[in-house]
Design a protein around this ligand. Sequence first.
Ligand SMILES: Nc1ncnc2c1ncn2[C@@H]1O[C@H](COP(=O)(O)OP(=O)(O)OP(=O)(O)O)[C@@H](O)[C@H]1O
Ligand SMILES: [Mg+2]
Length: 235
Amino acid sequence: MSQLIKIEDVYKIYKASVYETKALDGVDLTIDEGEIVVILGPSGSGKTTLLNCISGLDKVTSGKIIYEGKNIAKYSDRKMTKFRKKNLGFIFQTYNLLEHINVYENVLVGASLGKSKANVMEIIKTVDLYRHRKKYMHELSGGEQQRVSIARALSKEPKVMFCDEPTGALDEITGKKVLKTLVEANEKFNTTMIIVTHNPGIALIGDRVIKMNSGQIVEQNINKKRISPLEIPWG
Ligand SMILES: Nc1ncnc2c1ncn2[C@@H]1O[C@H](COP(=O)(O)OP(=O)(O)OP(=O)(O)O)[C@@H](O)[C@H]1O
Ligand SMILES: [Mg+2]
């Protein structure tokens, strides 16, 4: 696997009126193309901040975020937005789906220009929503809505997919299905996946597991073998 992202000595300091928080305290990390990276750590340890800094949603205080040789930490807002639109996908806990259009149309909204309708339908099948494709969002369960948001993110074929607690609101069965969808997308499209979670069982589905505490990476492990999401312990 070739190296896709290199994070070098990244600090993120939030300054409040009286004291400051070192949300990221000297983070170094490399991520390979096609890798599934799982980030674990207690609440407040800096997981979301790291995800937002790697994806350029947030600006680092110092340090480098290098994608294929280019330091995006130096990009202007405009250049960053363009880079993000072209290369990155996001799955948040809130889905931001459009209520007045159906499943198929919601996925089509995310599709990159020039993407064929057949490709969009293929993605809808990958996330197992084909039979729901004409439904509106209020006619779907939480897990189904989550899968629409995954399909929408996948439909632009991002190089990297950022997932912050993608199963946080889901029960075990639905959560595992959603993870299975992510792994299948990774296998099919070689999408690099960075998944933040509180759930230690999810570490088993990835290639690399990062543990954070107080803004630092305190442990890093490589899994020799990925475990199928359907077979992991939950919680
Ligand atoms: N906008 C902000 N202003 C000030 N402090 C912030 C801001 N965002 C995050 N922090 C602080 O930075 C630290 C890391 O926050 P972060 O959201 O990255 O944690 P997390 O690991 O994602 O936690 P959780 O598991 O609860 O989502 C926390 O101490 C938090 O209070
Ligand atoms: Mg968080």
